[in-house]
Ligand binder design. Structure first.
Ligand code: GDP
Length: 303
């Protein structure tokens, strides 16, 4: 990891001023610094993040999951461009991919995957950290969220391919959780694990186009029925089902209207902040446990 950091490392002042003025290149370097496992980088990264903290928290954090092939990158490209062009918001795209299936070539991979969004001056795409356990990747991603917010991004899209516990991880760091699905395939076929549907604030049935439209409409009815069987969410939100065709640019407006309503509702009854406070507590406990564990195993006597 450390080797990606440029030789002439930036100073604390250069990092913080660069980030707060929205400088992309400095932001990227700061994220790389935060991802580094070298203690020296870590200490500086923590200092930078602490300085940025007062400027964080203003974005809407949206988690996106679904099996490979469901259309996540296509959806993020379409939805992201809708947000930058129509809603006039800035968008940062992050990913959690602990197995690093897309590792190494992932920077190129993500750029190719989101061809237009990657050159949009109002968007920023950061590939998943390529090394480390889910815990490590999760921590870096949380820090990346904070850095992107300090750099002024309005909307964060956090994607996961949904391997292992990664959906739960993304769910626990985002305000709104989107599950992308396909019509006509059973849950087993879609590799949907128990609990994922329960976590979803909305299910998007993608590829609702051409011959799929009929099946998609049927699936919408089925999912709506299935969602009613889950207990209501604490914030009073009942999960929605929406149709989309990411490929044909259909559905973005509906999805955005829904998420805006959710944010409004959450802000009016304080649930938005409550949820974040709960998430922060969760991550604090997690961080303490991770560091205690780390110290335990690194202890010479124990070794
Ligand atoms: P990911 O693996 O979930 O990121 O899926 P991709 O975005 O790479 O999409 C997988 C394939 O599905 C690609 O060939 C896309 O062109 C196609 N695809 C994505 N969205 C749609 C859609 O809305 N309709 C149709 N017909 N194809 C789509």
């Amino acid at each position: 990891m450390s080797k990606i950091i440029r030789k002439n490392e930036l100073s604390f002042k250069e990092y913080t001023e660069g980030i707060l003025s929205g400088n992309r290149s400095v932001l990227s370097q700061a994220i790389t610094l935060a991802e580094s496992t070298l203690p020296k980088h870590n200490a500086l990264a923590q200092k930078v993040i602490n300085h940025c903290l007062p400027y964080t928290g203003k974005s809407i954090r949206i988690g996106i999951t679904g099996i490979p092939g469901v259309g996540k990158s296509t959806f993020i490209e379409t939805f992201g461009l809708y947000l930058t062009e129509e809603v006039k918001r800035t968008v940062a795209v992050l990913a959690i991919d602990p197995t690093s299936e897309r590792s190494r070539g992932s920077i190129l991979g993500d750029k190719v995957r989101m061809e237009k969004l990657s050159v949009d001056k109002n968007a920023y795409i950061r590939p998943s950290p390529t090394s480390g356990s889910l815990g490590g990747v999760a921590q870096s991603t949380r820090e990346t969220i904070l850095l992107c917010e300090a750099a002024g991004f309005d909307i964060l899209l956090v994607e996961t391919v949904g391997v292992g516990q990664s959906e739960t991880t993304v769910h626990s760091m985002t305000d709104f959780f989107l599950l992308l699905k396909l019509a006509g395939a059973g849950d087993e076929l879609q590799g949907i694990k128990r609990g994922i549907i329960e976590m979803a604030d909305a299910i998007i049935i993608n590829k609702s186009d051409g011959e799929n439209v009929k099946a998609a409409k049927r699936a919408k009815v089925d999912f709506n029925r299935a969602l009613h069987m889950y207990p209501a969410k604490r914030n009073g939100w009942s999960p929605k089902v929406k149709l989309a065709s990411a490929l044909n640019n259909v559905g973005s407006e509906n999805v955005w209207t829904m998420i805006s309503k959710y944010a409004e509702l959450g802000k009016s009854n304080d649930f938005f902040e409550d949820k974040r406070a709960t998430q922060n507590q969760f991550w604090l406990t997690q961080t303490i446990e991770d560091s205690l564990k780390g110290e335990f195993y690194q202890n010479e006597t124990i070794k």
